[in-house]
Structures are given as C-alpha cells and as structure tokens.
Design a protein around this ligand. Structure first.
Ligand SMILES: Cc1cc2nc3c(=O)[nH]c(=O)nc-3n(C[C@H](O)[C@H](O)[C@H](O)COP(=O)(O)OP(=O)(O)OC[C@H]3O[C@@H](n4cnc5c(N)ncnc54)[C@H](O)[C@@H]3O)c2cc1C
Length: 473
C-alpha cells in the first residue's frame, strides 16, 4: 500500500515543494504519451541535479516506490507511461548544454536538452548532432538515448548507439549509486559495453543524468531530389537501384500516396503519388552530377514528377520535407476524421519494422495484401534507406471485436518483417506495445533465451523492479 503523504513529503524535501506537481490536470498531461497511451501517477517530480535523482532512487528503493523517467513523452511504444502508484521523473529542469569540445569532438549535456536546442548550440560552431528524429523539436537527449532512436539521416549516421560516448547514470539501488560509464575518448575498452546496454534500455535499468555525445561537422551542402511515383513498388525499386549504384545518400525518406494526398492538401505542392526524398551531402559545385544521376534513376522507374533543390535551404523553402515530417500527425488527423464521435475514439498505432533494404519491394507488396485481407486502413512512410517502414493503421476503440482483430493485424505486420529477415522495431523501442513482437522475433531465431538473459540483467540493475516496470518484457 502506497503512503501518498509520506512520498510527497520526501519528494518535496529532496527537490523543493514547487518542483513536485500534484495538480490532476498537469499529471494527466504528463501521463499521456504521443502513442495515445495514457495513465495516471501520484505526482510529477522535477529534479535539478544528479544528487537529487540519487536521493529519489534511494528513497524509492527503501519504500518500493515505482519511478517512471520521462523526457517529452513523444515515444510511440508505450515506454514512458506511468502507473497510478508511481511518480514521473521529469528532466525539464535538467536541460543544460554543459560543454562543447570541438577538438575532442564531443558535447556534454543534461538529459532534458531537446535535440533541436542541442543542434542550435552546435550550429554556432559549424557542428551538428546528426541523429535528428522527426520529433526533434520536442524529443530529449535522455529519451533518444533510452529509445536508441534514429532519424532522417540514419542511413549514413546510424542511430544513438553510434553517438553515445560516456554516461552518468543513477541506479535504483540501496544507495542510489551514481556511476560514470564509457569514456570521453573515441576509443574506449572497458570490458562489457555498459554504455550500449543503457542505450535503448527504455528507462528500465538506470536513470541517465548526463551524457557525452559525439558531434560532427555540419555538411557543407545537402542537395535534395524528390520523386513521385504512381506505383509504390517502383519507389522501393528506386531505393534498391540507388544502393546498387553506390550512391550514398544521407537522407532516403518515403511517404505513400495516401500520406502525400493528406499532406499535399496542407502544403499546396500540387503533387500526387508515392514520394521518395533523397538528400546527398555534396559540395554545391559537384551536386549537379549526383542530382542528374539520381534523376535518371527516378525516370527509369517511372516517376510522374521530380522536384530538385540544390541546397537544403531551397528544399525547406519549397516545403519538400513537410509532407514526410507531418506523416504521423496526418494519419492521426485522417483517423479522427473517419472515426471520432461522442461514442468512438480512434486508436492510431504506428509500427516500426525494418527489413534488409533489398526486401523492401516484397515487404510493401505483402503489407498491402495484408491490409486488404483484414480491411484495415494502412498508410506507409519511413526511413527506407535503413529499410525502416512505419506502417500506420487505426481502429475504433469502442468496437471490441474490431480491436482484437486489429491487434492480430498488427502482429501479422511484425511477422512479415521477421519472416523477411528484419526486425519488429528499428527505433521506437518495445515499450508495452511490442512485447509480443519481441518474443516472436526471438522465437523465430530460436533464441528465446536472450529474453531470459535480459530479465537477469534487469534484476542486477533494478533488484526491486521499481524503475519503469512492465516495459520491454
Ligand atoms: C511525430 C513524431 C515523430 C517521430 N519521429 C521519430 C524518428 O524519426 N526517429 C525516432 O527514433 N523516433 C521518432 N519518434 C519517437 C520519439 O520521438 C522518440 O522515440 C524520442 O526519442 C523520444 O524522446 P522523448 O524525450 O519524448 O522520450 P520519452 O518518450 O519521454 O521517453 C522515451 C523512453 O526513454 C525513457 N527516458 C527518458 N528520459 C530518460 C532518462 N533521463 N533516463 C532514463 N530513461 C529515460 C523513458 O522512460 C522511455 O522509456 C517520433 C515521435 C513522434 C510523435
């Protein structure tokens, strides 16, 4: 049984009374994730320094109090939602860029720093942090580390696991131990790689209170070409052909005709069909050569329209990225239009599968056939350069029968990826929504024991199962 008053008193003593939020409306706002999953919590607590986090975790260990670390709650897998008997640990006040070292190639930040602000700071030095999710305006460093997220430039720069050098973490143990793991040097051997274990651990192992991240010079220029195709499979064939030609774009983004239709109404770009955006980091003087080569590939695959911007500034001016960036909100908009009423509310689920890029044409064919078989709406977009697709669908939550058919449909989507040698989650994580999918993936590999190992690791870090319990497995 939770002693609410005792907990609130302790939290107020640790962080100060004004930094413990108990207002119901505020708690409701913090308890809702972008995935649409919502819950409740006892309070939202806003620590300022690592020592306060340590004291909170020490108290939580002694009192069996559940702690839910949270960035901006833009997660899409149900990984940051609390339970009514736990507290949300928000990093809104731990939002400082502490050090930028150009010579050593790193930045030291607190977990609440938003990706967009990090890049604003770095741009003053001609540098950037290239893992830029479509949610960069809100997503925090702590959240991105813990989801192991990626971004629009993942095809060249990879995901978070390539960019985290050193971490300060706090453990949910008797002492609230504060540890430094990893190094501030590019090369670092410390036995087992604990930094990589924390990346993508979805706040279930430790609380991240500081991160040293690799940084990279901003590219001199990014040239952009966008093609629209009547046939979705031709987009995937274009991606495969670009890869075969050994052109190495930094951006390879896709949105299907339905997403383009919704987005085009907003941007007034006057386009139709399935969209492929290719961005290449090349100096302006030689961009022409690459753009022409890409244009030829687009034409060979029957693009109905091609738009070219020699610079990123021009691409932004032409709103070439707008449709892709707004793909998920556009799906929510469409679902609400279709379903929302006094009695019914839509549940919109965005999947996060990845397949080897050579399998993309077959994947979209199978996904379309599946949607037809189940008669559910399906919009498709994603980071196709990484083979990462976000099949997105929705259901009326007031219809119980349809809801269970919907979950079956979502699991079939994951099965398609698994069967084609892919994975159920490329960047959003497992959270609560993809637990079964994770099991399916390891089962296919004959490696269910991997889940047992993970459970044992969880016990070592969090012996009382108080840190973001119920997530991943
Ligand atoms: C419109 C939209 C577009 C998106 N585009 C992308 C994309 O391109 N690429 C991508 O990868 N994702 C994308 N996402 C998903 C999401 O934005 C990312 O997963 C992001 O990294 C989450 O950051 P956050 O700060 O909101 O974290 P939250 O959602 O608050 O938390 C995510 C996880 O991190 C944990 N956590 C947060 N802070 C800490 C901490 N300090 N210590 C320990 N654990 C912590 C939480 O417990 C939770 O498990 C998108 C989401 C939306 C809504």
């Amino acid at each position: 049984m939770v002693n609410r008053n005792k907990i609130l008193r302790a939290m107020r003593n640790i962080v100060g009374a004004e930094f413990v939020e108990t207002d119901e409306l505020a708690i409701r706002l913090y308890s809702k994730e972008a995935s649409g999953i919502e819950s409740k919590a006892l309070a939202v607590v806003f620590p300022k320094i690592s020592k306060e986090v340590s004291e909170i975790l020490r108290f939580a260990y002694a009192e069996n109090l559940k702690i839910y670390p949270q960035g901006s709650a833009t997660g899409l897998a149900g990984a940051s939602t609390p339970s009514p008997d736990g507290i949300i640990l928000s990093f809104d006040r731990m939002n400082t860029v502490k050090e930028i070292s150009i010579v050593d190639g790193f930045v030291v930040v607190e977990p609440g720093v938003r990706i967009i602000h990090l890049n604003e700071e770095l741009s003053k030095y001609g540098y950037h942090f290239p893992v830029d999710p479509a949610s960069a305006k809100s997503a925090t460093v702590g959240g991105l580390i813990n989801t192991g997220g990626g971004g629009l430039k993942g095809v060249v720069y990879g995901t978070m696991r390539e960019w985290v050098m050193e971490l300060e973490i706090v453990l949910p143990d008797e002492e609230g131990s504060i540890l430094k793991i990893g190094c501030k040097t590019p090369k670092c051997r410390q036995g087992y790689d604990l930094v990589r274990l924390i990346v993508g651990s979805e706040g279930t192992l430790a609380v991240v209170t500081e991160a040293t991240l690799r940084i990279y010079p901003q590219p001199e220029n990014v040239a952009v070409i966008v093609g629209f195709f009547d046939d979705m499979e031709n987009v995937m064939k274009t991606v495969v052909e670009i890869k075969k030609k050994r052109i190495s774009p930094a951006i390879l983004e896709f949105a299907d005709a339905e997403t383009v239709k919704i987005g085009a109404e907003r941007t007034q770009l006057g386009v139709r069909g399935n969209m492929l955006i290719v961005g290449i980091e090349v100096p302006l003087e030689i961009s022409e050569k690459y753009l022409r080569a890409l244009e030829d590939i687009f034409k060979n695959n029957n693009a109905n329209k091609i738009l070219i911007a020699e610079t990123m500034a021009k691409a932004e001016e032409m709103k070439l990225f707008e449709i892709r960036r707004a793909a998920y909100p556009a799906a929510i908009f469409e679902a609400s239009k279709e379903i929302e009423s006094e009695l019914s509310r839509p549940l919109v689920v965005i999947e996060d599968i990845a397949v080897p890029p050579s399998k993309l044409p077959e994947t979209v064919r199978k996904l379309r056939a599946l949607a037809n078989e189940y008669s559910f709406p399906l919009v498709l977009f994603g980071h196709v350069g990484d083979g990462n697709l976000h099949p997105t669908s929705w259901v009326d939550t007031s219809n119980e029968k349809m809801k269970s058919k919907f979950w079956e449909f979502l699991h079939k989507i994951m099965q398609i990826a698994i069967d084609l040698g892919g994975t159920i989650s490329a960047e959003h994580g497992i959270g609560t929504l993809k637990k079964k999918g994770l099991e399916m993936e390891f089962e296919k590999k004959g490696s269910l024991k991997a889940l047992e190992i993970m459970r044992s690791i969880k016990k070592i870090f969090d012996p009382k199962n108080i840190l973001n319990p119920g997530k991943i497995f």
